[in-house]
Every structure is written in structure tokens, then in C-alpha cells.
Design a protein around this ligand. Structure first.
Ligand code: G3P
Length: 214
């Protein structure tokens, strides 16, 4: 399973990348806006830290505009993945970019049918937003299960990228149902290390070691 970090914050990316298990980065316009730097500059800075896929999202809502933006974003670095919304225009742009072997990540996916359309148009990744489904009283993880089944039925190579992850249980359940990737906020990545018995056990080992020196 691949782990991406879901942030535009350079310090968070540097810290998490040092931990060794981060394979890539996802951003979105809301995350970029928080950083007070233009997207192009930010993606360039990220590409100097992380050697792996970096999703950069288009702002245009028409396919022509999306493709023009994609062309500029793709110039920043070979690792840039073009993030497109799950709309008709997004699908037109996805097909055109897939035909040119440009990697895409289809975002704001909330149904298995939407994921199927993206896979048919050659998307590299689909991003089901599980936390936002939980927010409206549904069970986000069920969507990943459905998409996994649909993709496996037909051998689609499009990767399932679990997004909108809010807590550590989302990471575990995404792994259990076979998500290819999880994009995880820094706070949740940080929490993945924790277990009270690890802390208690380590504390005891260190105490016993100190006592043995007396
Ligand atoms: O990057 C897309 C997604 O992970 C956003 O998550 O928490 O804003 O629903 P959230």
C-alpha cells in the first residue's frame, strides 16, 4: 500500500518524508490557499523534497482550460499528476491526458459509477472522499469496497486513492479493503505511530536498563 501525505505545507512534508514511508503528495486548492504561495512555486518546492507522485489540481471548469493548465503543471516536474474534478469536462480532459500518457487523479469521487467512468477514461488514480461521506451519515469505506470490487471485476489498473482521511481507523480500514493508496493528513500520519503499550513498554525497558547499572 502506498502512503501519500495530503498537505501543501512544506514543513509537514519534510518531517513526514524523513520517516521513510511517504511515497507521494496530494494537494488541492484549499490546501494550497493555506500556504500563501502560488501553486506552481509550491509544487516545485515539493518536487525538490519528494521523489514520487505529486497531485496538483486544476482550477478551470471547462475541459479546454483544464488541459491548458495541465500542460503548464506538467512542465514543473515529471512527477506531477494532474488532479481533475469528477465532472463531464473533467472526464473529457482525463481522456485527452491519458491518451498523451499524462498521469491523472480524479478527485471528488463519491460513487462507484463515477470511479468506473474515470477508470474507463484511463485515470491513473481515483480519489473517493471517505471522510466527507461519513460526514453526511454514510459509511465512506463502503465506497472503497465497491470500487475495489468493480475494478477487480474488469481488471482496471486505475489505482484507488483513499482521500478525505480523518483518523487512524480510516487508514486501517482502507488497507483492509484493498485501497492501493491512502492520502493522509500530517496529524493522522503522526498518530499512526502511537500505542499506549509501546510507550509503557519502552518506559519499562529504559527503567530496567538504568536499574541494572546501579
Ligand atoms: O485532498 C482531498 C481530500 O483528502 C480532502 O479531505 O478533509 O477536506 O475532506 P477533506
Amino acid at each position: 500500500m502506498e502512503f501519500f501525505i495530503d498537505t501543501g505545507n512544506i514543513e509537514e512534508i519534510k518531517t513526514a518524508y524523513e520517516w521513510g514511508f511517504i511515497d507521494g503528495v496530494t494537494t488541492n486548492p484549499s490546501l494550497v490557499a493555506k500556504e500563501g504561495i502560488g501553486q506552481e512555486q509550491l509544487i516545485k518546492m515539493i518536487s525538490e523534497i519528494v521523489d514520487g507522485p505529486i497531485s496538483a489540481e486544476v482550477i478551470s471548469t471547462d475541459a479546454k482550460g483544464m488541459l491548458a493548465e495541465a500542460q503548464e503543471l506538467a512542465k514543473i516536474h515529471d512527477n506531477v499528476v494532474i488532479k481533475l474534478p469528477m465532472t463531464k469536462d473533467g472526464m473529457i480532459a482525463c481522456k485527452a491526458l491519458s491518451d498523451q500518457n499524462v498521469k491523472t487523479n480524479i478527485t471528488l469521487v463519491f460513487s462507484a459509477n463515477q470511479a468506473l467512468l474515470a477508470a474507463k477514461n484511463g485515470a491513473t488514480y481515483v480519489s473517493p472522499f471517505i471522510g466527507r461521506l461519513d460526514d453526511i451519515g454514510q459509511t465512506g469505506i463502503h465506497l472503497i469496497q465497491e470500487i475495489r470490487e468493480v475494478f477487480d471485476n474488469y481488471g482496471y489498473m486505475t489505482k484507488i486513492l483513499a482521500a478525505s482521511i480523518r483518523h487512524t481507523d480510516h487508514v486501517k480500514t482502507s488497507a483492509l479493503v484493498g485501497s492501493d493508496v491512502a492520502t493522509i493528513p500530517f496529524k493522522v500520519l503522526n498518530a499512526l505511530f502511537n500505542h499506549p503499550l509501546t510507550d509503557k513498554g519502552l518506559d519499562q525497558f529504559l527503567k530496567d536498563h538504568q536499574n541494572s547499572l546501579k
